[in-house]
Ligand binder design. Structure first.
Ligand code: IMP
Length: 210
């Protein structure tokens, strides 16, 4: 084992990322792979509480999740609340993105429904954005919030196998592809969550004096 490999395996800080969404945890683990932060999912951290996301904003939900889980595990906790806002639908599904058409409804069905709702909407009115708010909770400290957005538009067809959720209908004109046509590394480079994670990593290094 080389010193570099050994260093990369020596994670200095465990961080709990408060999600059970396999797509999100895959992206976050990949993002922190070569850092001093070791990411634990809720299951890996042995945390079985379910925080009800009943806030009116992404900020309220992210802060509530991070605060409650931090209180339980006494570790640094990151919690994100994210969603898709579609201009032609007055910002829906928005904060309710995870429950749009029902929490257990397959995304193939939800994405098909959105395409149907936008069937007569012209290209210049199909703007949409992914929003991500990440809350950092540290034992005994105030919550820190970070918000980022990724602007794009709703595609005309479901395209791509990667990512999760609404990725197959989120088209990025600058790249000429949907988010589901990107691999995890590419998505992390540009996505709402990737941008927020970069800012959060800097803030963590600053406040934890690493
Ligand atoms: P949350 O777990 O309450 O933050 O739910 C966010 C929901 O927004 C997810 O279940 C997805 O439906 C959607 N969402 C958030 N980020 C993404 C993304 O990167 N791609 C596709 N859908 C996303």
């Amino acid at each position: 084992m080389t010193p570099t490999t050994l260093w990369m395996m020596t994670k200095i800080k465990d961080i709990v990322f408060a999600t059970r969404n396999a797509g999100k945890i895959r992206e976050v683990k990949k993002f922190f792979a070569n850092s001093i932060f070791g990411i634990l999912s809720l299951d890996e951290a042995g945390i079985d509480i379910h925080v009800i996301e009943d806030g009116a904003t992404f900020e309220e939900n992210a802060a509530k999740k991070a605060r409650e889980i931090c209180r339980k595990c006494e570790k640094i906790v990151l919690a994100d609340d994210s969603g898709l806002m579609i201009d032609a639908l007055d910002g829906a599904p928005g904060v309710d993105s995870a429950n749009f058409l029902g929490a257990d409804t397959p995304y193939a069905q939800r994405n098909a429904k959105i395409l149907e709702m936008l069937a007569n909407v012209p290209e210049d009115a199909r703007a949409a954005r992914f929003v991500c708010v990440i809350a950092i909770a540290r034992p005994g400290q105030d919550i820190i919030l970070q918000r980022t957005e990724l602007h794009g538009q709703i595609a005309y067809a479901v395209t791509g196998q990667g990512g999760f959720g609404y990725d197959p209908i989120f088209f990025l004109p600058k790249y000429g592809i949907t988010m589901a046509q990107m691999d995890v590394a590419q998505k992390n480079e540009i996505s709402h969550r990737g941008q927020a994670l970069r800012l959060v990593r800097s803030k963590l290094e600053e406040v934890e004096k690493l």
